[in-house]
Design a protein around this ligand. Structure first.
Ligand code: ADP
Length: 365
């Protein structure tokens, strides 16, 4: 296991592109960390700097307290799993697993012991004599994980390892990788653009955008306490609803709405006259509009989608499109008027200019 420290890490590529800005993070021994963000936000660059495949332009990177900026990849004690499985097609699963150890000149008996143990963890024992072409995508990815696992490293790096798999295999591999992590305990950094993967697998998530960390926290913290609009919109599926307006007399005003913000913002005078974003999650609404401590909002239904356990309702509030998750038994008709409630403790307010959350609007969550 290993403890990693990133202190003001920056990456500027030779063409002058500044891909990672002031990346600061402490990763504890054995932690499972996901770097998540849209394509091009600097996740792989960060991972490659950890692996020693990319120079660090500025800042300090430590492994177990030892400055590692100049440390060779070999000495870092890492294993990496990529999106493409990169298995040797002419070698069997056994030989693929054994390959690295064979190169290191390790005794065949010891190799056999390790291959058998690794195959057992990954459920590959009965496939050891097969060639990669006779395996499913999920099994190939398991062999790729096995090749990393067999080396007993202290740091696991995974770059979108599941993106070549179909939806069902992804869900299965997600829990397998978690279980492997639990039994092996290596510090793991996992790169993905998929927020569901990050939410389900991580101890902590690092949300990145345009080369900068937006927020670091547990899945729970990011879901309930997003610090800015980017994180609020990125975490959660379907995404959080945003209604933009101006604060006048302590109320959010839009063409279609007037909502009193005093119940959810302590110092409402501090945002008077400002442009703000009123936000709530699709799954946080209720169809019961009676009672207090909730906002009641009128909408027009454009479209409904029955998913089975829930119905997605696509509606508009004036000229703003919203998505609402509703119990199928209470779903409105397409084209009808639909009033729904947002409980005070499920509403957020963001400053539209700084894009930061108004802190007191988090207090009730
Ligand atoms: P992600 O993994 O989040 O998709 P990357 O770390 O691969 O993003 O890339 C971050 C940014 O750096 C992208 O805009 C990409 O085009 C740029 N980039 C990646 N590699 C190089 C390179 N060798 N030279 C210049 N720019 C690069």
């Amino acid at each position: 296991m290993a403890q990693l420290s990133f202190r003001n890490i920056n990456k500027v590529y030779p063409n002058g592109f500044h891909a990672v800005h002031d990346f600061n993070l402490e990763i504890n021994d054995g932690e499972f960390i996901c770097l998540v963000g849209s394509s091009g936000c600097g996740k792989s660059t960060t991972l490659r700097m950890v692996a020693g495949l990319e120079d660090i332009t500025a800042g300090e990177f430590y492994i177990d307290g030892q400055l590692a900026n100049q440390m060779s990849s070999r000495d870092r004690g890492i294993a990496m799993v990529f999106q493409s499985y990169a298995l040797y097609p002419h070698l069997t699963v056994y030989e693929n697993l054994a390959f690295g150890l064979t190169l290191e000149g390790i005794d065949a008996d010891i190799i056999d012991e390790k291959v058998q143990a690794t195959a057992k963890i990954l459920g590959l024992t009965e496939y050891l004599e097969r060639f990669p072409r006779a395996l499913s995508g999920g099994q190939c990815q398991r062999v790729a994980v096995g090749r990393a696992l067999i080396r007993k490293v202290k740091i696991f790096l995974m770059d979108e390892p599941l993106s070549n798999l179909d939806a069902k295999q992804r869900v299965t591999m997600r829990s397998e990788i978690k279980q492997i992590h639990r039994s092996v305990g290596a510090t793991t950094i996992y790169v993905t653009h998929d927020q569901t993967e990050a939410m389900t697998m991580s101890d902590r998530i690092v949300v990145m955008n345009a080369g900068r960390i937006q927020q670091t926290g547990t899945p729970y913290e990011l879901y309930f306490y997003p610090q800015n609009l980017f994180v609020a919109g990125f975490i959660g599926e379907p995404p959080m609803n945003f209604i933009r307006g101006t604060v006048e007399g302590g109320k959010l005003k839009t063409e279609a709405l007037e909502l009193d913000l005093k119940p959810i913002v302590d110092d409402v005078a501090s945002i008077e006259g400002k442009k703000v974003v009123f936000a709530f999650r699709p799954e946080a609404i209720t169809v019961d509009t009676k009672g207090k401590d909730k906002y009641v909002i009128d909408s027009q239904v454009d479209l409904t989608e029955l998913l089975g356990d829930t119905t997605n309702v696509y509606a508009n509030v004036g000229d703003v499109n919203v998505i609402l998750k509703v119990n199928p038994h209470h779903a409105p008709e397409m084209g009808s008027a639909f009033s729904f409630a947002v409980p005070y403790n499920a509403a957020y307010v963001f400053d539209a200019e700084t894009e930061l959350v108004v802190p007191s609007s988090l207090k009730r969550h």
